[in-house]
Design a protein around this ligand. Structure first.
Ligand SMILES: C[S@@+](CC[C@H](N)C(=O)[O-])C[C@H]1O[C@@H](n2cnc3c(N)ncnc32)[C@H](O)[C@@H]1O
Length: 629
């Protein structure tokens, strides 16, 4: 009810409701939207038939990005004043923000009947129509059957109390889907929540008939986890309508031709000479071995499921299993719908997953504010490109400059960043390198080395290096080579003594020395180490059939298929790492041969060719080796 203020005749009589509305308007202008809402709500208490109060509160909610409340208020406003044109603009905008495009268009059309040339409505009409057209085009990317399967998946998740109201599925290509925000999602908001009953844990997979037999017979499989998930998927698929997981299993991608395990011989030729090719061959072998092992123990498995079916299920598992803790216990899970999220490297992702023990749901949460119509990503973990290629069938070509910069800043706060500290995309490539001890009979250091590392000399060692000498694996690689190159028993003795001291200080008896932790020891040893780097890596470079220049030309030519392109990106990534270390080795050997500290410092500071190695030159060559000789 409106309460009029008593006052002087000449003064404008203003109701209490209007006074509160004015206060609300002032707060709105100051962008204090919550306070504005408070005032409008008080005004509504005075007069709940005043359309303006509802309109203004709707606007405040809109500016707060609370579009459902904004819509509610504007609809009350509409019921009080159908002729007010702002009603239609706000209603259409709110529906648009909530991704209800048909209803948004309907509001626009209603508004245009009142004011056919209203510019705001005409603009909205264009925008909404464009989005509807785009959505229709995207749907055309997938065939009807695939669309139906996606719809079934969403209905099944919803019927089982899964929550995903802020997102929708979007087709990027026939077989590649993504998850896109329907509306603005605030940081920390739950994006997807899937109850445990819909999640396939490793325990659930292991309880399937075939897996039980394998466990009972203690059958050893090469990749047991993925084989178990694969067996589960195949057995559930066979149950058809009787399977609780039918909608999920139907939604799994049928075409995995981007996975290297399914590449043709012609496609695999693009990987010739690469370490990645070995990984692909090993994976193919693993799948075959597991298929045969299962067939031997369970003969009906082979008659029910072909090798191709098993491979499909196995690769589905590889590309869709999450590692997670459920009630404090580490496990692996397959999660309907949440497994439609695509990957971005850690640091660039906009959501993360957890198992929420309180709600018993697998939960995806926004890490930051996500705008409407944005693809949402989470990180599959800090995986290098060869792992992504092998297990997910894609190569990450995002520009990681900013991520690397952030990582480096976190690792070494306050450190002067130089060009090398945040080189671009190749950082996320890795190269496996195998290296061996020299087994010269007359080497007096060998028995001491064996003792120091707590046993015998390993035949071979394997590490993975990347295009940054400061990452843990790369420093470990260089440290190990320093250790292998020691020939002076005195030097080894010193290392032995300092390790003994460390053990005493930390009270950890019997702690073996880790060769990868070997620090720079002497100019001579360091020089030998770089020589060894070259001896190891130059032969690897010769295995590739193409040069870096040729690979770059191929990538730029646009003539490659997606799979061929991924192969070229992988082999180029490997070659870049090798060339980086060969180049570093020759430059560092040159400096180590030169005793002039002043000149070395000058080169590090001002010669661009030394810039990528600035920290090594200053901290290792100058500080540790030349000044502290
Ligand atoms: C867990 S699924 C994600 C959903 C998948 N797009 C789908 O349609 O089912 C993993 C697969 O998505 C694709 N994918 C994920 N992240 C990608 C990325 N950053 N670039 C290209 N493909 C990606 C790859 O095909 C990968 O095997």
């Amino acid at each position: 009810m409106a309460h009029k203020k008593k006052g002087n005749k000449d003064q404008k009589v203003i109701s209490e409701g209007d006074r509160l509305k004015e206060q609300g308007n002032t707060q709105l202008q100051l962008e204090n939207y919550h306070k504005a809402i408070d005032y409008y709500s008080q005004a509504i208490k005075f007069d709940d038939k005043n359309y303006a109060y509802f309109h203004n509160r709707s606007l405040a909610y809109y500016l707060l990005e609370n579009f459902s409340q904004s819509l509610q208020d504007i609809q009350i406003c509409k019921s009080l004043n159908k002729d007010y044109i702002q009603v239609y603009i706000r209603e259409a905008s709110a529906y648009h923000q909530l991704d209800q495009l048909d209803l948004a268009l309907k509001s626009v059309q209603e508004g245009l009947q009142i004011e056919q040339n209203n510019e705001e409505l005409l603009k909205l009409k264009d925008l909404i129509q464009q989005e509807i057209n785009q959505q229709n085009q995207e749907k055309e990317l997938a065939d009807k059957e695939t669309l139906k399967k996606s719809e079934n998946l969403l209905s099944w998740v919803q019927a089982n109390k899964g929550e995903f109201s802020s997102i929708k599925l979007k087709y990027l290509s026939t077989h590649n889907r993504s998850i896109v925000s329907k509306r603005i999602i605030q940081a920390d908001e739950t994006v997807i929540s899937i109850p445990q009953e819909q999640v396939i844990t490793l325990d659930v997979a292991s309880s399937s008939d075939f897996c039980k037999i394998l466990t009972e017979k203690n059958t050893q499989l090469v990749q047991q986890k993925h084989a178990y998930f694969a067996l589960f998927l195949l057995q559930e698929q066979k149950k058809k309508d009787a399977s609780h997981y039918k909608a999920y299993i139907d939604s799994l991608p049928t075409d995995l031709s981007s996975f290297p395990a399914l590449f043709s011989e012609e496609e695999l030729q693009y990987l010739e000479g690469t370490a990645a090719l070995k990984l692909v061959q090993e994976q193919k072998e693993d799948i075959k071995t597991d298929y045969e092992s299962i067939s031997q123990v369970i003969p009906e498995f082979k008659s029910e499921f072909s090798f191709e079916q098993f491979r499909w299920a196995f690769l589905c598992s590889h590309s869709r299993v999450f590692g997670i803790k459920v009630k404090g216990v580490k496990t692996s899970v397959m999660v309907p719908l949440a497994d439609m999220l695509n990957h971005k490297h850690s640091g660039q992702e906009d959501s993360e997953w957890v198992f929420d023990d309180a709600t018993n749901c697998f939960t995806v949460k926004a890490l930051k504010k996500i705008q409407r119509n944005q693809q949402i990503h989470f990180s599959y973990g800090s995986k290098c490109n060869s792992k992504l290629f092998l297990n997910y069938g894609f190569v990450d070509v995002q520009d990681h400059t900013e991520t690397i910069k952030k990582l480096k800043e976190e690792e070494r706060p306050g450190r002067q960043l130089i060009q090398n500290d945040y080189r671009g995309i190749n950082y996320f490539n890795e190269l496996p390198v195998v290296f061996c001890f020299d087994q010269a009979q007359d080497d007096p250091t060998l028995p001491i080395k064996a003792k120091l590392i707590g046993g015998s000399i390993p035949v071979c060692c394997l590490t993975r290096i990347n295009e940054d000498f400061e990452t843990q694996n790369s420093t470990g690689f260089l440290g190990y080579l320093r250790f292998i190159c020691i020939r002076d028993p005195n030097q080894l003795g010193k290392l032995f003594d300092s390790h003994k001291k460390y053990i005493e200080q930390t009270n950890q008896s019997n702690l073996p020395f880790l060769p990868q932790k070997t620090p720079p020891l002497s100019v001579e040893n360091e020089h030998k180490m770089w020589q060894r780097v070259q001896e190891l890596l130059i032969p690897l470079l010769l295995k590739y059939k193409t040069t870096v220049v040729k690979d770059k030309e191929l990538l730029e030519s646009g003539s490659l298929s997606e799979n061929q392109r991924n192969c070229v990106l992988i082999r180029l990534g490997e070659k870049n790492i090798i060339e980086y270390y060969i180049d570093m080795a020759s430059k560092m050997m040159y400096l180590l041969e030169n005793n002039d500290k002043k000149q070395i410092l000058e080169s590090a500071k001002s010669d661009p060719k030394y810039l990528p190695y600035f920290h090594y030159i200053i901290q290792v060559i100058l500080a540790r080796l030349l000044y502290q000789k």
